[in-house]
Design a protein around this ligand. Structure first.
Ligand SMILES: [Zn+2]
Length: 361
């Protein structure tokens, strides 16, 4: 059973609530009977579905189950391989699986990710944007995804905000993946804007330990920030990084093919200094999809024929099959076709590898 517990006034109530019914504060879900349970053949965050709020319609694009590896001697968890390159996809998956709302407040990375997930369930998003906070490139991507963009900072209570418990439930699966894999580390360095990600990981670690999983070591979560102007809530341990160190790490990571953002590079530079840390790396969402057009372009027709022949195949296999066009071009076209609802991509395990397999809808 789930209890909704308010972080502000501590009011607790049985059942699932998005906000505290007494003070309107942010709530966390507490589980009364949590048991560590992993569905090992599911290569996404939903391998932990038994430790997530129950849902009848799971909306998933293969988010989560991201790799943990060593880069330059430092453990990293690479969240840039998520569908929109951001850990926000985990939150989008739990939100769209559990809530009906398609009106949302613009927050960088989150809004684009959520709009992408809504689109995949055929629900166009309505995004309320405060013009002072908007990333212009992201607004174009949102528009291309078919989202309605409303410039207003006066929000109706029905508009979804990000400090909601389903976001935390999605993001906590990062902690589960770290625990399941069990790297020998002491600290988890987390890029922090609002502290929501760090809070979610702390919750995930706590639940893993409460649910009977032997953590091996007691990980401490450190929120990494570039400036020190605002304290993070909830007593989260915080460090501030000199942007010059972070820039160097940003370039080091780019050299090994990880395109991340400055705040994640700061987490990497902290983990490198500590010698016993893991850095969480995330990317900025970049979803450049142009929808519509009605008629099939020649390349789309070729992809369609290849899938008709093969039943299901990875983008790589389709590329081999077609024999013309670049691999990159095929990837892009198949992703567009997925958003358009022509094909469906599913992550499956092949041996020990997680691959994305497409079929026609
Ligand atoms: Zn309250």
């Amino acid at each position: 059973m789930i209890i909704s517990k308010c972080l502000v006034c501590r009011h607790a109530e049985d059942g699932i609530y998005i906000r505290c019914r007494k003070c309107g504060g942010m709530v966390l879900f507490e589980y009364t009977d949590l048991k560590w349970a992993v569905q090992r053949d599911l290569p996404s965050m939903w391998r932990y579905w038994r430790m997530l709020p129950p849902t009848e319609k799971r909306v998933t694009l293969g988010e989560g189950y991201t790799p943990i590896k060593k880069v330059g001697g430092v453990f990293v968890k690479n969240e840039t391989v998520n569908p929109t390159r951001s850990y926000a996809d985990r939150a989008s998956s739990t939100i769209v699986s559990n809530l009906d709302s398609s009106s949302l407040k613009y927050v960088k990375d989150f809004a684009l990710s959520l709009a992408y997930y809504l689109k995949s369930s055929n629900k166009p998003a309505k995004v309320y944007v405060d013009p002072k906070e908007a990333d212009p490139q992201e607004l174009i991507f949102l528009h291309n995804l078919g989202a309605e963009i409303i410039f207003s900072d006066a929000l109706d209570p029905s508009v979804l905000n990000y400090d909601n418990p389903f976001v935390i439930e999605g993001l906590k699966t990062i902690a589960f993946e770290i625990v399941e894999r069990g790297p020998k580390i002491d600290e988890i360095y987390v890029p922090a804007k609002t502290g929501l990600l760090a809070l979610s990981i702390i919750k995930g670690l706590h639940e893993a330990s409460e649910s009977g999983m032997d953590l091996g070591s007691s990980y401490s979560v450190v929120a990494v920030r570039l400036e020190s102007d605002k304290e993070l809530p909830h007593g989260i341990r915080t460090v501030n990084v000199d942007p010059r160190d972070a820039l160097k790490s940003l370039v080091d990571l780019a050299r090994v093919g990880i395109r991340t953002e400055l705040l994640s590079a700061s987490a990497y530079s902290m983990a490198a200094n500590s010698g016993s840390g893991l850095a969480l790396l995330t990317g900025s969402s970049r979803i450049d999809v142009r929808l519509g057009g009605g008629r099939f372009s020649p390349i789309k027709s070729k992809v369609k024929r290849a899938l008709e022949r093969r039943g299901s195949a990875t983008a790589y296999e389709v590329w081999e099959d077609i024999g013309t066009h670049s691999l990159r071009g095929i990837y892009k076209v198949m992703r567009t076709m997925e958003i358009e609802g022509v094909v469906k991509g599913e992550y499956v395990m092949r041996g020990r590898r997680k691959v994305k397999q497409y079929r026609l809808l």
